[in-house]
Design a protein around this ligand. Structure first.
Ligand code: AMP
Length: 215
């Protein structure tokens, strides 16, 4: 059983790799971005509160995020192992996670930091298309021309550009990452094994690198 934190800037490929790794190691994929977008879609009170924050590329409050993660780590994920994708994103969240794990008698077997150059990130994100039906992502350059192209994963014609994948919001998200999330790597690295992996290259190449580090 493996507990992993995947950390890196938006566009580095965390979501894609998290999906591959979660399947391979049979652990629960916990994506806070997916959880928040699901809340927005459901129209719940929580969704209404976080919708504008997501659209601006800012961060949702630490208290709320920690409460959401607590619920998941106390549940089935404790037995299967888990992969955190998008959390922790601030030093306060990292410290709260350490406390929570101590309380639940769980640990992190690897904190994996993924990196790629900034120009690559902007190009990936502003061209990214997400499937409303299955959540898979692809890039404009890989999608055939047409009114509404099919998703390469599930075949549904539901590809859309996330509201926060526009150039202005992407730059804001990268700035937030540099300020709030970069320091998280150091904080987690004090308590748990830290590994660094380049996220450049094809998804398959990156997956092999990650496999080498975790296997
Ligand atoms: P992601 O899909 O991981 O890029 O997350 C999309 C958006 O959700 C972020 O830009 C934030 O607004 C919000 N979000 C996701 N995870 C967190 C977190 N751990 N703390 C605060 N906000 C978050």
């Amino acid at each position: 059983m493996l507990n992993v934190v995947l950390i890196g800037p938006p566009g580095v490929g965390k979501g894609t790799q998290a999906g591959i790794l979660a399947k391979r190691f049979e652990m629960e994929h916990i994506s806070t971005g997916d959880m928040l977008r699901a809340a927005v879609r459901s129209g719940s009170e929580l969704g209404k509160r976080v919708e504008a924050v997501l659209a601006a590329g800012e961060l949702v409050s630490d208290d709320l995020m920690v409460a959401l993660i607590r619920e998941r780590l106390e549940g089935d994920a404790a037995d299967t192992g888990w992969l955190l994708d998008g959390f922790p994103r601030t030093v306060a969240q990292a410290e709260a996670l350490k406390e929570l794990l101590d309380e639940l008698e769980q640990t992190i077997h690897a904190v994996v930091e993924m990196t790629v150059p900034d120009e690559v990130l902007v190009g990936r994100l502003t061209g990214r298309l997400t499937c409303r039906a299955c959540g898979a992502t692809t890039h404009r350059t890989r999608v055939e021309e047409g009114e509404q192209s099919p998703c390469p994963d599930c075949g549904q014609r539901e590809l859309y550009q996330r509201e926060d994948d526009t150039e202005t919001t992407v730059r804001a998200r990268l700035e937030v990452y540099r300020q709030s999330t970069d320091p998280v790597v150091e904080v987690l690295g004090r308590h748990y094994p830290l590994r660094k992996v380049s996220g450049d290259g094809t998804p398959q190449e990156v997956a092999e690198r990650l496999n080498g580090v975790l296997g």
